[in-house]
Design a protein around this ligand. Sequence first.
Ligand code: F6P
Length: 322
Amino acid sequence: MTIKRIGVMTSGGDAPGMNACVRAVVRTAAYNGVEVLGIIQGYEGLIHGEVKELTTRDVGGIIQRGGTILQTARSQQFRTKQGQREAVREMNENGMDGIIVIGGDGSLKGARALAELGVPVMGVPASIDNDIFGSDMSIGVDTALNTIIDAIDKLRDTASSHNRAFIVETMGRDCGYLAQISGIISGAEMVLLPGAEINVESVAKVIEDSYMKGKNHAIIVVAEGAQYNATQLSQELKDLDVGFHTRVTILGHIQRGGGPTAFDRLLGTRLGIKSVEALLGGTTDMMVGLQGNKIALVPLTEVVSHTRNVADDYMELFKRVS
Ligand code: F6P
C-alpha cells in the first residue's frame, strides 16, 4: 500500500523533546511527499477525530519548546476494544494510512493494539522515566535529569548554609532510573529505589556519618515507588538524632517541564526521522530505539512484554563514588 497521509500523536506523560520529534516526523513526511495529520491529546483525540493538518511551517520554532504542541492525555476509553475500534474508524474517516505514536509504556501498548487491528504503526519512546524496553534512552530523560541535578545543586547550597539534610523525591514510576542517575551525578549520600527494603536505621546512620565526617549537608534521593516516599521517610526519621535537621523537597512535575537539552533535541529528531522512513518503507508494529549510538527497530511485542529496571546496573557504580 502506498502511504499518502499519516497521523502523529504524543501520548501519556509529556516529555521534553516530543516537539523535536513531531517536527522531524512532519518534515520527513513532507520530504517524501506525504501529508501529516496531528492528533490532539493522544488516543483520546484519535477516538474523537480531533486532528489538524501539519505543514512544515506549522512545526517551525518548536524544537526548543518543552511540553507538546499536540497536547497529550491518558485515555481510559482507548483501553477498551470499542475505543480501539472507534480510533481505527476515525483513522479511516480521515484517510490516515499509518500512524506514529510518541509516548511511554502505556502509549506503546496502545500502538500494539492498533497494529493488531491491522493499522500500520510505528512507536517512538518518550518518557522521563526511562523505563521503556529496547531503547537505552527515551526522549525527555536527559532533560529531566538536568532539571533534577540543577534542583539538587541548589538544595545543596541552602543545605550547606544551614547544616541540613535534604530528602529529595524524584519521579520515575517503578523504575528508579532518574533517582539512581541523579544520585550519582549530583553527589548524593544515599539513593533509595523501588523494590528495595528501606532500613530507616541505616538511612539515619548515613546522615549521621556525613555529619561526623564534617560535612555540612547530606542529600538523600528517594525514587517514586520506593517503600517510603520522602514525606514518610522524614516522619520515620523524626525521632532519631542524626546530627542534621532534615527537610523534604518533592520535585514533582517540574521534572517534566522545560526546554529539551541538546541530547533530547537530537534524539527526538533522529527517532522521528527513522520512524517515518520505516513506516513509509513498509515496516509496522515496531518501535524505533536508541541502542548504543545507533537507531534500532524493536518489535512492539518485545517492548510491551518486558519491564526495564536499569537502576540496578548503576547501584555498584554509586557505591564506589558515594
Ligand atoms: O511517566 C511519567 C510520570 O511523570 C511518572 O514519573 C509519574 O509517575 C507520572 O508520570 C505522573 O503522572 P501525572 O502527570 O498523571 O500525575
